[in-house]
Design a protein around this ligand. Structure first.
Ligand SMILES: Cc1ncc(COP(=O)(O)O)c(C=O)c1O
Length: 389
C-alpha cells in the first residue's frame, strides 16, 4: 500500500495555533535545577496556597456518596443555582441558573465563548498586552485578533482608541479585568465606556474575570452588570485563582441565548461536562461561610507591595498592579529585548520571569513577575537581583 505525503499531516485548522512559550521557560528552569542551581521562581501563574480544606472535604464526601456518574453536560443543578445566586449578589449580573454553564476551567469557557461568537474572517478587539492563549483561541475560529493598546486607551479615551481599531469585520471585544499580565483593573467608568461602544457598534463582549477576587486598588466591575449588556456579554469565571483550584479544572460562564446553545454544543462534543465529584466539591466553595477570599487578598497585597518596592528601587520601574498577582515592570535598563532581559535575570541572578513580548508586541521591554509566592522567595529574589544585576 502506498501513502501520499499528505496523509500524516495535521488538519490545517490547527496550522495557526501555537503552543505556550512559557513551557520553554519552565524547561530551562528544570535544567538549571537539575544542575543544582537555586532558582527564584516568579514565572508562575497560579496561587501559592493550597485548595481550602472545606473544598477537599466536600470532594471526599462526594466520592464516599458515589456521586460519580454522568452529570448533565451543563452542570449539576445545585451548582448552577448557587453560582446564579453568587452572580446576582456579588457581581450584580441578573443571572438565572439556566444562564450558567459549568466548564473545565476558564479555558474551556473561553474556548466555547469564542467558538460561539467568531466567524472566519471576523476580528476581535483585544486589549494589549493580553493573555497569550487568546490569540490562539481566536485563530481556532479562523478569526483575527486586533490589538488595542490598553495604555493608549487609558490615555486618550476608550471610545477614540476603540474606534481607531474597529472595521466592518469587527465582531467582538475581549475584555479582561483584572488583567493578566499587567494587573490593570478597569474602572467602572472605563467599563461603561467599553459597554457604550459595544452597544453603539453592536459588538459582543467576552469578559474574562478570572482574577475578580484579587483587587487591591479600586473595585471589580462586571461589565455584564451594566445596562443593556447582559444579552451581549459572555462572562468567563474560574475557581482556579480565587480558590487555589488550578488543577481541579472548574470554571463557569454566564450568558444569554444564543450563546448558551453554542457553549452547550462545544461542551457536549468535547468534554461532555465536568467531572461530577469535582462539581460537588465546587458547590462547597460557594456555600461554605469563610473569610478565605479576603485573607488571601490581603496576603497577596502584602506580597505585591514588597515586590513593587524592590523592583522600583532596582530601577525596574513598575506601575502598581491594581489586581491579579503579576507585576509588569519596564526592564529596558537591562535590555529592550524582553527575551534577552529574561535570560539575563535567569543567568545572573537565578530569577525566573516571563518575557513581556510573549503577551504581544505591547509587552516588549517588560517582564512579568508573579508575586504569588512566599515572602521569603520575594525577599531572596530581590536580594539576588540587587547583588547580581
Ligand atoms: C486571564 C486569564 N483568563 C483565564 C485563565 C484560565 O484559567 P483556568 O483555565 O485555570 O481556569 C487564566 C489562567 O491563567 C488567565 O490568566
Amino acid at each position: 500500500m502506498t501513502t501520499s505525503p499528505t496523509v500524516f499531516r495535521l488538519a490545517s485548522r490547527l496550522d495557526e495555533i501555537g503552543f505556550s512559550d512559557i513551557v520553554n521557560i519552565r524547561n530551562r528552569i528544570m535544567k538549571l535545577r537539575e544542575q543544582g542551581a537555586k532558582v527564584y521562581q516568579f514565572e508562575g501563574g497560579e496561587p501559592y496556597m493550597n485548595t481550602p480544606d472545606f473544598v477537599k472535604e466536600a470532594m471526599k464526601r462526594a466520592l464516599d456518596e458515589n456521586k460519580t456518574r454522568y452529570a448533565p453536560s451543563s452542570g449539576i443543578p445545585e451548582l448552577r443555582a448557587a453560582i446564579a445566586d453568587k452572580l446576582r449578589t456579588k457581581n450584580n449580573i441578573a443571572a438565572e441558573p439556566n444562564d450558567v454553564m459549568i466548564m473545565n476551567g476558564g479555558m474551556q469557557g473561553l474556548f466555547g465563548a469564542f467558538q460561539s461568537v467568531v466567524n472566519p474572517g471576523e476580528e476581535v478587539l483585544v486589549f494589549s498586552p493580553y493573555w497569550t492563549p487568546i490569540k490562539d483561541l481566536i485563530a481556532h475560529c479562523e478569526g483575527r485578533p486586533v490589538l488595542v493598546p490598553t495604555a493608549l486607551a487609558r490615555a486618550e479615551g476608550f471610545e477614540k482608541t476603540l474606534t481607531r481599531y474597529t472595521t466592518d469585520r469587527t465582531r467582538a471585544i475581549y475584555y479582561n479585568t483584572p488583567q493578566n499580565p499587567t494587573g490593570v483593573v478597569f474602572t467602572r467608568d472605563e467599563a461603561r465606556a467599553v459597554a457604550r461602544f459595544a452597544r453603539e457598534k453592536d459588538l459582543i463582549v467576552l469578559a474574562d474575570e478570572a482574577y475578580e477576587d484579587l483587587v487591591y486598588d479600586g473595585e471589580h466591575c462586571s461589565i455584564a452588570s451594566l445596562e443593556g449588556m447582559f444579552e451581549r456579554t459572555i462572562t468567563i469565571f474560574t475557581l482556579s485563582k480565587s480558590f487555589a483550584m488550578t488543577g481541579w479544572r472548574l470554571g463557569y460562564t454566564v450568558a444569554a441565548e444564543p450563546w448558551m446553545t453554542g457553549m452547550r454544543k462545544t461542551t457536549l462534543y468535547s468534554s461532555n461536562g465536568v467531572s461530577t465529584p469535582t462539581q460537588w466539591a465546587a458547590l462547597a466553595a460557594f456555600t461554605t461561610e469563610s473569610d478565605m477570599l479576603e485573607t488571601n487578598r490581603v496576603a497577596y497585597q502584602q506580597r505585591r507591595d514588597l515586590l513593587l518596592a524592590g523592583l522600583n528601587e532596582l530601577g525596574l520601574s513598575c506601575e502598581n498592579p491594581a489586581g491579579a498577582f503579576y507585576a509588569f515592570p519596564d526592564v529596558s535598563r537591562v535590555s529592550r529585548d524582553s527575551r534577552e532581559a529574561a535570560e539575563i535575570l535567569l543567568d545572573r541572578a537565578q530569577v525566573a520571569t516571563v518575557p513581556g513580548v510573549v503577551f504581544g508586541p505591547d509587552g516588549e521591554s517588560h517582564l512579568r513577575f508573579s508575586f504569588s509566592t512566599s515572602i521569603e522567595t520575594i525577599e531572596a529574589g530581590l536580594d539576588s537581583l540587587r547583588r547580581n544585576l
